[in-house]
Design a protein around this ligand. Structure first.
Ligand code: ZN
Length: 120
């Protein structure tokens, strides 16, 4: 499935991924699960996960080259259904309010009716 595009700016919406760090000797900081294994190939690392590895980072330690981080994706989940970032959702909301004033929430219409009834 192709990545959904942001309804405001048209950019691709990013995949929802998670990072997992392996026991490659050098210190690597970052947020994510840590594992004790020390895979040396992407195929070795893939065996630990159901999700697909979409990126892997290698480094060298005293035993040689190893993978210190993989990025996993479930193959279907994106960060959002409609927008690439909150700012785009906000701009889209302002645009809709300006050009589609008939589209609002039920609460808005109820409060508007209440306000108008007080003015009569
Ligand atoms: Zn956007």
């Amino acid at each position: 499935m192709a990545a959904p595009l942001c309804r405001f700016c048209g950019n691709k919406i990013k995949k929802r991924t998670r990072d997992v760090y392996f026991n490659c000797e050098k210190f690597h900081s970052g947020f994510g699960e840590r594992r004790t294994e020390r895979p040396v190939t992407r195929d070795d690392a893939q065996k630990f996960f159901n999700e697909k590895i979409i990126a892997s980072k290698f480094d060298d330690d005293i035993e040689g080259r190893c993978i210190y981080r993989v990025t996993l994706w479930d193959g279907e989940t994106y960060l959002d259904k409609h927008f690439c970032k909150d700012g785009c959702a906000e701009d889209f909301g302002r645009m809709m309010a300006e050009y589609k004033p008939d589209i609002s929430t039920k609460t808005y219409f109820e409060k508007l009716a209440e306000q108008e009834s007080k003015l009569k």
